[in-house]
Design a protein around this ligand. Sequence first.
Ligand code: OGA
Ligand code: NI
Length: 265
Amino acid sequence: MKKMMEACEGFFNMSEEEKKEFQGSRDVLDPINWGTNFNCNTVGKKFLIWRQFLKLYVHPQFNSPYKPLGFSEVAEEYCKRTREICRVLMRAMSETLGLKPDCLEKATNWDEGFYLLASNYYPTCPDPDQVIGLPPHTDSGLMNLLVQNDVGGLQILHKSGKWVQWKAMPNTIIVDLGDQMQILTNDLYKSVTHRAVVNNKSTRISIVSGHGPAVNAKVVPIPELLEALGQAPAYPGIPYNEYLQLQRTSHSFLKSTLDIIRLES
Ligand code: OGA
Ligand code: NI
């Protein structure tokens, strides 16, 4: 985790000129995508975002910038290890649902699972109340494993409607569940609304391992679970890549994609 944090810091500390080589285009999905959101209105007129990011597609194919030196090796190892953690958690979660341990993996063709590694870089901001690091959203996949440097800024929306800041603790992995987990479990496990705020004292870096189903896997509420619960499915089956597409076009920052696809009860 420490090495990966240093590698990401090294990447963001390269000059704009060097990073530009990895800049993604706006409409295609680039397997390597560096970008910045400073002072641009990406979602209507609602948020001024204050961050740089690096997004890499790392499974089923591993992609990485070739610099800075050593980045790619560290990233590959980090991805391998975090995928193993995710596998253990998926199995344990299957069991908590009374299902066979590999049920969630099978239901999502997880061996071919889409893994997006993202690092967010939130520099010190002179006027933190005027901007947001990352607007409120839920993550689209199964689960995200988040590691941050020792600067807090991740906030979670509590059911009371209050934002609760996650204390930055060293050597900690924060796990949050994504929308696909909510679909699979027919709302038993909920995806969590969260956001990132910035501050005027120090730069914050987060590393987010986003684990999802295979892009062409049609994700449905698990039939055995529905039967055990005596419930009707709350969601139609939707291929993961279509869900991602829907999330992009519906501006998930403003409306939950789950609410868009939810079936009438
Ligand atoms: C994300 C995310 C929060 C953070 O990248 O999906 O929620 O603290 N990041 O950077
Ligand atoms: Ni998130």
